[in-house]
Design a protein around this ligand. Structure first.
Ligand code: 5GP
Ligand code: ZN
Length: 143
């Protein structure tokens, strides 16, 4: 895609700090370095977000993530954890519309990074949970 910043990075029109590349996947340092080694993993094929992947492209991208994660772990022995983040659409904080997975190494509780999951479980009865699950399952089963 011509006006996509990540396609330009793949095509070397914009420089990047590459950490991994093969025929299908490219990985490079996120410019913000939320923590040391913060890496973005992207498919070379331009897809906007998770909703555009087919099974083959998903397998290609996600199969590389354990290898790159282990690379980070070995490169930085002080790394104590890793968050994988994939934002999809603006509401969910996506700002570059070429799909990517963030690998964010964690070194301590004081890393300048946090995710919180509010527990709203008390607002859902078992019946509602069951209904939500079957609504989703029904759609997936007919895909
Ligand atoms: P998003 O907000 O879409 O989940 O993440 C986009 C990420 O792309 C941001 O963390 C941002 O720092 C990174 N980014 C945006 N432009 C560039 C760039 O030109 N080079 C690199 N290396 N990262 C970029
Ligand atoms: Zn692109």
């Amino acid at each position: 895609m011509t006006d996509c910043i990540f396609c330009k990075i793949i095509n070397r029109e914009i420089p990047s700090y590459k950490v991994y590349e093969d025929d299908e996947v490219y990985a490079f340092l996120d410019i913000t370095q939320t923590t040391k080694g913060h890496t973005l993993v992207i498919p070379k094929q331009h897809v906007t977000d998770i909703f555009e992947y087919d099974d083959v492209l998903a397998a290609k991208l996600f199969s590389r993530i354990p290898k790159i994660s282990r690379g980070l772990e070995k490169a930085f022995p002080d790394m104590k954890g890793l968050n994988l983040i994939n934002n999809n659409k603006e509401l969910a904080y996506q700002s570059v519309f070429h799909s990517h997975v963030h690998l964010i190494p964690r070194y301590s509780k004081d890393d300048d990074f946090s995710i919180t999951f509010k527990n709203n479980g008390d607002n859902y009865t078992p019946e509602t949970m069951s209904q939500i699950a079957s609504t989703i399952k029904e759609v997936i089963d007919h895909e």
